[in-house]
Design a protein around this ligand. Sequence first.
Ligand SMILES: NC(=O)c1ccc[n+]([C@@H]2O[C@H](COP(=O)([O-])OP(=O)(O)OC[C@H]3O[C@@H](n4cnc5c(N)ncnc54)[C@H](O)[C@@H]3O)[C@@H](O)[C@H]2O)c1
Length: 355
Amino acid sequence: MAQLKVGIIGCGEVSQINHLPSLDFLNDLFKVIAISDVSNQVLEGVGKKWNITKRFLDYHDLLNDSEVDAVLITTPHVYHCEQTLAALEAGKHVLVEKPMAMHLEDADKIIEMQKRTGLTVQVGYMRRYATAFEEAVKRVKELDKVMLARVHDVIGRNALLIGPSSKVIRGNDVSQTLIAEGNALAKQKILKAIAEKAEDLSLAYNILLGLSTHDISAMRELLGMPKGVLYAAARAGGLYISAAFDYGDFICQFETGIDDIPRFDCLLEVYGQTQALRVEYNTPYVRNLATRLELTTATPDSGLHKEILQPAFEDNFTREWQRFYHNVTTGTQPKTNPEDYRQDLELFMQIMEKL
Ligand SMILES: NC(=O)c1ccc[n+]([C@@H]2O[C@H](COP(=O)([O-])OP(=O)(O)OC[C@H]3O[C@@H](n4cnc5c(N)ncnc54)[C@H](O)[C@@H]3O)[C@@H](O)[C@H]2O)c1
């Protein structure tokens, strides 16, 4: 099998803790040959640690490298759209971290460019590549009738989970001008997305883009696209959000928030009349923790049968890269492609309308 040569744009937390180890684990399929970061300290530190010699402060130089087949985009949200478009323009396949784009117009630019180039664009929804989740997608179709669903994601701040478990190379050498430009661009994109609500609800929108995007995209794969949002409310300045999605015959309750308890309380539940299923995720920042599927079934003797499927101590980022390799080398459309991502943005806009 031919190895894909990968370039990474943005070498912070998720690159160092998750993507680089997964790509190394899959070194029969991938080789990281180039990296880019606007922090020279991060660039040099990560380059030395992982023995990557091509190091670029400007990502355009990485994209001009003809040896690079595919790029991973792991910069802050605000740069994802422009960097994805530039990568496609340069003829590279792309795995872009969520959120792919901050508003619909940017999402549409990527959709159009992906179609025009025919290159692979896969959005980094690694939870949707977990074996237990994919098993749940099969099993949900076997339920007699869905009566209720629940999507729950209340987690401790990232730093509480990362601090004791990983050593991340960080930089304090990014120019204030660049930081200010990034902040101004983010403000502009949020304003374009939610207009007058940007004043009070930027945090809520950022939570949707940064965290809920995982939950809501998994909900869509499990249950399909809802008919609409019945209700939504935010508290604590937007840090906590509750919503109810209308599926016609049933409702899916959604709740999320970030607190100071170092744990990951994240699940999807679907209740049928005689069987319920539940997918439980653990933090991605400690690698290879299992994603579990629990099935609770009524038995004919008025009892119940509980089954826990824990297919493997696999890493969901590794799974997403395996699928990326397959998609690129066979020309298969990723299930987490730009059009799929757009549906999450559509639902975020409906939630924001209710807030
Ligand atoms: N799939 C997941 O579960 C998951 C987990 C964490 C983060 N993420 C996503 O990954 C992205 C990065 O998150 P992170 O936590 O690693 O952030 P981070 O701040 O730790 O890292 C971002 C890196 O990008 C660099 N950077 C900024 N602008 C750049 C540019 N123009 N060119 C090159 N490098 C640039 C920064 O210097 C920094 O090193 C975010 O969009 C986030 O939503 C996804």
